[in-house]
Design a binder for this molecule. Sequence first.
Ligand code: ADP
Ligand code: MG
Length: 346
Amino acid sequence: MLQLKDISYQYEKTPLLENLNLHLADHEILCLLGKSGSGKSTLLRIIAGLEKPDHGDIFWNGVSILNVPPFKRNFGLMFQDYALFPHLTVFENIAFGLEMNKVNSEKIPPIVEKLLKQVGMESFANRKVTELSGGEQQRVALARALAPQPHLLMLDEPLGALDHTLRVSLLAELRRILGENGIPSVYVTHDQDEAFSIADRIALLHDGVIVQTDTPENIFLKPKSVWVARFLGLNNLLPATGVTDSQILLKLNDRTIYLTIPLEYPLVEGQKIWILFRDEKLQLTNDADFSIKGIIKESIFKGSNYETHVEIAPGTVFSVINEKKFQAGTEIELFYSPEDLLALLI
Ligand code: ADP
Ligand code: MG
Protein backbone atom coordinates (compact mmCIF):
# COMPACT_ATOMS: atom_id res chain seq x y z
CA MET A 1 0.00 0.00 0.00
CA LEU A 2 1.13 3.58 0.64
CA GLN A 3 4.50 4.15 2.23
CA LEU A 4 6.21 7.45 2.98
CA LYS A 5 9.93 7.22 3.58
CA ASP A 6 12.03 9.97 5.18
CA ILE A 7 9.92 12.76 3.74
CA SER A 8 11.26 16.25 4.39
CA TYR A 9 9.80 19.48 3.08
CA GLN A 10 10.74 23.13 3.49
CA TYR A 11 8.52 26.08 2.87
CA GLU A 12 10.40 29.31 2.18
CA LYS A 13 13.55 27.87 3.80
CA THR A 14 11.68 26.90 6.98
CA PRO A 15 11.55 23.14 7.60
CA LEU A 16 7.90 22.13 7.72
CA LEU A 17 8.13 18.34 7.65
CA GLU A 18 11.16 16.42 8.85
CA ASN A 19 12.05 12.82 8.13
CA LEU A 20 8.51 11.65 8.08
CA ASN A 21 7.81 7.93 7.87
CA LEU A 22 4.34 6.46 7.53
CA HIS A 23 2.65 3.47 6.03
CA LEU A 24 -0.96 2.75 5.31
CA ALA A 25 -2.34 -0.79 5.23
CA ASP A 26 -5.16 -2.16 3.07
CA HIS A 27 -8.59 -0.89 4.15
CA GLU A 28 -7.03 1.24 6.86
CA ILE A 29 -8.15 4.69 8.00
CA LEU A 30 -5.07 6.55 9.15
CA CYS A 31 -5.69 9.84 10.86
CA LEU A 32 -3.15 12.62 10.70
CA LEU A 33 -3.75 14.69 13.82
CA GLY A 34 -2.01 17.97 14.55
CA LYS A 35 -2.58 21.59 15.37
CA SER A 36 -3.45 24.10 12.70
CA GLY A 37 -0.32 25.00 10.74
CA SER A 38 1.50 21.78 11.62
CA GLY A 39 1.84 20.78 7.95
CA LYS A 40 -1.03 18.30 7.56
CA SER A 41 -2.42 19.71 4.33
CA THR A 42 1.09 20.04 2.94
CA LEU A 43 1.68 16.34 3.57
CA LEU A 44 -1.56 15.48 1.74
CA ARG A 45 -0.46 17.64 -1.18
CA ILE A 46 2.82 15.74 -1.25
CA ILE A 47 0.99 12.39 -1.26
CA ALA A 48 -1.33 13.68 -4.01
CA GLY A 49 1.69 14.74 -6.07
CA LEU A 50 0.77 18.44 -6.02
CA GLU A 51 3.93 19.22 -4.09
CA LYS A 52 7.32 17.54 -4.33
CA PRO A 53 9.23 16.70 -1.13
CA ASP A 54 12.79 18.04 -0.79
CA HIS A 55 13.90 14.67 0.44
CA GLY A 56 12.49 11.15 0.71
CA ASP A 57 10.30 8.92 -1.39
CA ILE A 58 6.68 7.76 -1.70
CA PHE A 59 5.82 4.19 -2.60
CA TRP A 60 2.62 2.59 -3.76
CA ASN A 61 2.72 -1.20 -3.45
CA GLY A 62 6.49 -1.00 -3.19
CA VAL A 63 7.00 1.10 -6.34
CA SER A 64 8.12 4.74 -6.14
CA ILE A 65 5.46 7.17 -7.38
CA LEU A 66 7.53 10.28 -6.77
CA ASN A 67 7.60 11.11 -10.47
CA VAL A 68 4.05 9.98 -11.26
CA PRO A 69 1.86 13.05 -12.01
CA PRO A 70 -1.16 13.63 -9.73
CA PHE A 71 -3.86 12.56 -12.19
CA LYS A 72 -2.14 9.23 -12.82
CA ARG A 73 -1.95 8.32 -9.13
CA ASN A 74 -5.72 7.77 -8.93
CA PHE A 75 -5.90 9.19 -5.41
CA GLY A 76 -9.09 10.95 -4.37
CA LEU A 77 -9.18 14.18 -2.38
CA MET A 78 -11.96 15.67 -0.32
CA PHE A 79 -11.70 19.10 1.26
CA GLN A 80 -13.52 21.03 3.93
CA ASP A 81 -15.10 23.42 1.44
CA TYR A 82 -16.56 20.59 -0.71
CA ALA A 83 -15.62 22.39 -3.96
CA LEU A 84 -18.74 21.09 -5.65
CA PHE A 85 -19.67 22.55 -9.04
CA PRO A 86 -22.47 25.01 -8.26
CA HIS A 87 -24.02 24.93 -11.74
CA LEU A 88 -24.43 21.14 -11.74
CA THR A 89 -26.97 18.91 -10.02
CA VAL A 90 -26.09 16.37 -7.35
CA PHE A 91 -26.14 13.59 -9.96
CA GLU A 92 -23.95 15.56 -12.38
CA ASN A 93 -21.45 16.41 -9.66
CA ILE A 94 -20.98 12.75 -8.77
CA ALA A 95 -20.89 11.68 -12.43
CA PHE A 96 -18.28 14.30 -13.31
CA GLY A 97 -15.19 12.28 -12.40
CA LEU A 98 -16.55 9.22 -14.18
CA GLU A 99 -17.10 11.21 -17.37
CA MET A 100 -13.58 12.61 -17.09
CA ASN A 101 -12.32 9.04 -16.84
CA LYS A 102 -14.28 8.21 -19.99
CA VAL A 103 -16.42 5.59 -18.28
CA ASN A 104 -19.07 4.21 -20.68
CA SER A 105 -22.09 6.52 -20.36
CA GLU A 106 -24.48 3.61 -19.80
CA LYS A 107 -22.48 2.47 -16.80
CA ILE A 108 -22.52 5.85 -15.06
CA PRO A 109 -26.15 6.04 -13.74
CA PRO A 110 -26.03 2.76 -11.78
CA ILE A 111 -22.70 3.75 -10.18
CA VAL A 112 -24.02 7.19 -9.20
CA GLU A 113 -27.28 5.74 -7.86
CA LYS A 114 -25.43 3.21 -5.75
CA LEU A 115 -23.27 5.95 -4.25
CA LEU A 116 -26.27 8.21 -3.65
CA LYS A 117 -27.86 5.38 -1.73
CA GLN A 118 -24.73 4.79 0.29
CA VAL A 119 -24.55 8.40 1.41
CA GLY A 120 -28.30 8.57 2.03
CA MET A 121 -29.03 11.05 -0.78
CA GLU A 122 -31.14 8.94 -3.19
CA SER A 123 -33.93 11.47 -3.38
CA PHE A 124 -31.61 14.42 -4.08
CA ALA A 125 -30.22 13.36 -7.48
CA ASN A 126 -31.75 16.24 -9.44
CA ARG A 127 -31.26 18.97 -6.85
CA LYS A 128 -28.87 21.78 -7.47
CA VAL A 129 -26.00 21.56 -5.00
CA THR A 130 -26.61 25.20 -4.03
CA GLU A 131 -29.95 24.08 -2.57
CA LEU A 132 -28.35 21.66 -0.12
CA SER A 133 -27.40 22.10 3.55
CA GLY A 134 -23.74 21.86 4.61
CA GLY A 135 -24.12 18.25 5.74
CA GLU A 136 -25.84 17.25 2.50
CA GLN A 137 -23.15 18.93 0.42
CA GLN A 138 -20.56 17.04 2.40
CA ARG A 139 -22.29 13.73 1.55
CA VAL A 140 -22.31 14.64 -2.15
CA ALA A 141 -18.63 15.57 -1.98
CA LEU A 142 -17.89 12.18 -0.45
CA ALA A 143 -19.89 10.35 -3.14
CA ARG A 144 -18.07 12.36 -5.80
CA ALA A 145 -14.66 11.50 -4.33
CA LEU A 146 -15.59 7.79 -4.14
CA ALA A 147 -17.08 7.57 -7.66
CA PRO A 148 -13.87 6.97 -9.65
CA GLN A 149 -12.95 4.23 -7.10
CA PRO A 150 -9.66 5.82 -6.09
CA HIS A 151 -6.83 3.63 -4.79
CA LEU A 152 -6.57 5.96 -1.82
CA LEU A 153 -8.84 8.62 -0.39
CA MET A 154 -7.48 11.74 1.32
CA LEU A 155 -9.87 13.75 3.45
CA ASP A 156 -8.68 17.16 4.61
CA GLU A 157 -10.73 18.35 7.60
CA PRO A 158 -13.87 17.27 5.72
CA LEU A 159 -16.23 18.05 8.60
CA GLY A 160 -14.51 21.25 9.71
CA ALA A 161 -17.28 23.56 8.49
CA LEU A 162 -20.14 21.68 10.18
CA ASP A 163 -21.59 22.17 13.63
CA HIS A 164 -20.78 19.76 16.42
CA THR A 165 -23.95 17.61 16.44
CA LEU A 166 -23.85 17.11 12.70
CA ARG A 167 -20.14 16.29 12.87
CA VAL A 168 -20.70 13.56 15.42
CA SER A 169 -23.44 11.85 13.41
CA LEU A 170 -21.62 12.21 10.08
CA LEU A 171 -18.40 10.84 11.54
CA ALA A 172 -19.98 7.49 12.36
CA GLU A 173 -21.52 7.39 8.92
CA LEU A 174 -18.27 8.34 7.23
CA ARG A 175 -16.50 5.53 9.02
CA ARG A 176 -19.16 3.06 7.85
CA ILE A 177 -19.03 4.28 4.24
CA LEU A 178 -15.23 4.21 4.07
CA GLY A 179 -15.32 0.69 5.53
CA GLU A 180 -17.92 -0.48 3.00
CA ASN A 181 -15.84 0.83 0.11
CA GLY A 182 -12.65 -0.65 1.53
CA ILE A 183 -10.61 2.28 0.22
CA PRO A 184 -7.59 3.07 2.40
CA SER A 185 -7.92 6.60 3.67
CA VAL A 186 -5.79 9.35 5.15
CA TYR A 187 -8.00 11.56 7.27
CA VAL A 188 -6.61 14.92 8.35
CA THR A 189 -7.95 16.80 11.34
CA HIS A 190 -6.89 19.06 14.21
CA ASP A 191 -9.80 17.74 16.26
CA GLN A 192 -8.88 15.05 18.71
CA ASP A 193 -12.41 13.69 19.20
CA GLU A 194 -12.82 13.37 15.47
CA ALA A 195 -9.53 11.50 15.14
CA PHE A 196 -10.38 9.11 17.95
CA SER A 197 -13.82 8.37 16.49
CA ILE A 198 -12.74 7.57 12.97
CA ALA A 199 -9.18 6.27 12.96
CA ASP A 200 -7.80 2.75 12.91
CA ARG A 201 -4.46 4.39 13.64
CA ILE A 202 -3.48 7.94 14.48
CA ALA A 203 -0.26 9.69 13.45
CA LEU A 204 0.34 12.66 15.69
CA LEU A 205 2.19 15.55 14.02
CA HIS A 206 4.06 18.14 16.07
CA ASP A 207 6.66 20.63 14.85
CA GLY A 208 7.04 18.80 11.56
CA VAL A 209 7.69 15.46 13.21
CA ILE A 210 5.42 12.48 13.73
CA VAL A 211 5.74 12.05 17.48
CA GLN A 212 3.62 8.90 17.78
CA THR A 213 1.78 6.57 15.42
CA ASP A 214 -0.48 4.13 17.15
CA THR A 215 -4.01 2.86 17.62
CA PRO A 216 -6.30 5.37 19.37
CA GLU A 217 -6.28 3.13 22.46
CA ASN A 218 -2.50 2.99 22.67
CA ILE A 219 -2.03 6.70 22.08
CA PHE A 220 -4.38 7.42 24.93
CA LEU A 221 -3.19 4.72 27.32
CA LYS A 222 0.49 4.97 26.49
CA PRO A 223 1.37 8.45 25.29
CA LYS A 224 5.05 8.43 24.33
CA SER A 225 5.99 11.85 25.67
CA VAL A 226 4.83 14.56 27.98
CA TRP A 227 3.89 16.63 24.91
CA VAL A 228 1.55 13.88 23.66
CA ALA A 229 -0.04 13.54 27.12
CA ARG A 230 -0.67 17.30 27.34
CA PHE A 231 -2.00 17.40 23.78
CA LEU A 232 -4.56 14.75 24.77
CA GLY A 233 -5.55 16.76 27.84
CA LEU A 234 -3.81 14.43 30.29
CA ASN A 235 -2.47 17.03 32.68
CA ASN A 236 -1.96 15.18 35.96
CA LEU A 237 1.79 15.35 35.61
CA LEU A 238 4.62 15.66 38.10
CA PRO A 239 8.33 15.93 37.32
CA ALA A 240 10.45 13.09 38.67
CA THR A 241 13.99 11.75 38.54
CA GLY A 242 15.32 8.28 37.80
CA VAL A 243 17.06 6.62 40.76
CA THR A 244 17.75 3.11 39.48
CA ASP A 245 16.60 1.48 36.25
CA SER A 246 13.16 0.87 37.77
CA GLN A 247 12.84 3.31 40.64
CA ILE A 248 11.90 6.96 40.53
CA LEU A 249 12.02 9.85 42.93
CA LEU A 250 9.17 12.34 43.22
CA LYS A 251 9.39 15.53 45.22
CA LEU A 252 6.14 17.07 46.30
CA ASN A 253 6.04 20.01 48.71
CA ASP A 254 8.26 18.84 51.59
CA ARG A 255 7.91 15.15 50.80
CA THR A 256 10.33 12.90 48.97
CA ILE A 257 8.62 9.84 47.52
CA TYR A 258 10.49 6.83 46.15
CA LEU A 259 8.37 4.67 43.86
CA THR A 260 8.90 1.52 41.87
CA ILE A 261 6.73 1.75 38.79
CA PRO A 262 6.46 -0.33 35.62
CA LEU A 263 8.77 1.12 32.96
CA GLU A 264 8.91 0.34 29.28
CA TYR A 265 12.56 1.37 29.13
CA PRO A 266 15.27 1.40 31.80
CA LEU A 267 16.00 4.75 33.40
CA VAL A 268 19.44 6.21 33.96
CA GLU A 269 20.26 7.64 37.37
CA GLY A 270 19.41 11.33 37.45
CA GLN A 271 17.29 11.16 34.30
CA LYS A 272 14.51 13.74 34.26
CA ILE A 273 11.10 12.35 33.40
CA TRP A 274 7.44 13.13 34.03
CA ILE A 275 4.98 10.92 35.85
CA LEU A 276 1.41 10.74 34.58
CA PHE A 277 -1.37 10.05 37.07
CA ARG A 278 -4.47 9.04 35.11
CA ASP A 279 -7.53 10.89 36.35
CA GLU A 280 -9.71 7.77 36.23
CA LYS A 281 -7.21 5.86 38.41
CA LEU A 282 -6.88 8.43 41.16
CA GLN A 283 -9.17 7.58 44.05
CA LEU A 284 -10.70 9.82 46.64
CA THR A 285 -11.31 6.86 48.95
CA ASN A 286 -8.72 4.95 50.85
CA ASP A 287 -8.14 1.70 48.97
CA ALA A 288 -4.60 2.12 47.68
CA ASP A 289 -1.16 2.16 49.26
CA PHE A 290 -0.02 5.67 48.46
CA SER A 291 -1.58 9.05 48.79
CA ILE A 292 -1.10 12.74 48.11
CA LYS A 293 -2.76 15.43 50.22
CA GLY A 294 -4.69 18.19 48.53
CA ILE A 295 -7.40 20.81 48.74
CA ILE A 296 -10.56 20.75 46.61
CA LYS A 297 -10.75 23.67 44.20
CA GLU A 298 -14.04 22.75 42.51
CA SER A 299 -16.23 19.83 41.38
CA ILE A 300 -17.64 20.20 37.87
CA PHE A 301 -20.74 18.22 36.91
CA LYS A 302 -20.08 16.21 33.74
CA GLY A 303 -23.34 14.32 33.29
CA SER A 304 -22.47 10.83 34.52
CA ASN A 305 -19.78 11.96 36.98
CA TYR A 306 -17.89 14.90 38.44
CA GLU A 307 -14.52 16.23 37.47
CA THR A 308 -12.94 17.40 40.67
CA HIS A 309 -9.91 19.69 40.71
CA VAL A 310 -7.54 19.21 43.59
CA GLU A 311 -4.57 21.47 44.35
CA ILE A 312 -1.76 19.20 45.53
CA ALA A 313 1.02 21.80 45.61
CA PRO A 314 0.99 25.56 45.06
CA GLY A 315 -0.04 25.97 41.42
CA THR A 316 -0.26 22.21 40.73
CA VAL A 317 -3.84 21.08 40.22
CA PHE A 318 -4.83 17.48 39.47
CA SER A 319 -8.20 16.49 38.10
CA VAL A 320 -10.01 13.39 39.28
CA ILE A 321 -13.12 11.69 37.94
CA ASN A 322 -15.49 10.75 40.76
CA GLU A 323 -19.15 10.30 41.57
CA LYS A 324 -19.75 12.97 44.12
CA LYS A 325 -19.57 16.72 44.45
CA PHE A 326 -16.99 18.09 46.86
CA GLN A 327 -17.09 21.41 48.62
CA ALA A 328 -14.34 23.81 47.59
CA GLY A 329 -11.73 24.18 50.33
CA THR A 330 -12.16 20.64 51.71
CA GLU A 331 -8.89 18.88 52.57
CA ILE A 332 -8.67 15.41 51.05
CA GLU A 333 -6.23 12.71 50.09
CA LEU A 334 -5.74 11.33 46.59
CA PHE A 335 -4.92 7.64 46.55
CA TYR A 336 -3.04 5.90 43.77
CA SER A 337 -1.31 2.63 43.00
CA PRO A 338 2.24 2.89 41.60
CA GLU A 339 1.42 0.28 38.93
CA ASP A 340 -1.11 2.72 37.43
CA LEU A 341 1.52 5.42 36.92
CA LEU A 342 3.21 6.04 33.60
CA ALA A 343 6.72 7.44 33.15
CA LEU A 344 6.96 9.83 30.21
CA LEU A 345 9.95 11.18 28.38
CA ILE A 346 10.29 14.94 28.20
P1 ADP B 1 -2.16 22.45 8.41
O1 ADP B 1 -2.91 21.82 7.29
O2 ADP B 1 -1.67 21.46 9.43
O3 ADP B 1 -2.94 23.55 9.08
P2 ADP B 1 -0.45 23.47 6.33
O4 ADP B 1 0.19 22.29 5.71
O5 ADP B 1 -1.59 24.07 5.60
O6 ADP B 1 -0.84 23.13 7.82
O7 ADP B 1 0.60 24.65 6.48
C1 ADP B 1 1.68 24.58 7.34
C2 ADP B 1 2.49 25.88 7.25
O8 ADP B 1 3.17 25.97 6.01
C3 ADP B 1 1.64 27.09 7.36
O9 ADP B 1 2.21 27.90 8.36
C4 ADP B 1 1.71 27.76 5.99
O10 ADP B 1 1.85 29.15 6.16
C5 ADP B 1 2.93 27.19 5.32
N1 ADP B 1 2.74 26.86 3.88
C6 ADP B 1 3.02 25.70 3.33
N2 ADP B 1 2.80 25.71 2.00
C7 ADP B 1 2.33 26.90 1.71
C8 ADP B 1 1.91 27.55 0.50
N3 ADP B 1 1.93 26.92 -0.67
N4 ADP B 1 1.47 28.81 0.59
C9 ADP B 1 1.42 29.45 1.78
N5 ADP B 1 1.84 28.90 2.93
C10 ADP B 1 2.28 27.65 2.93
MG1 MG C 1 -4.85 22.16 6.59
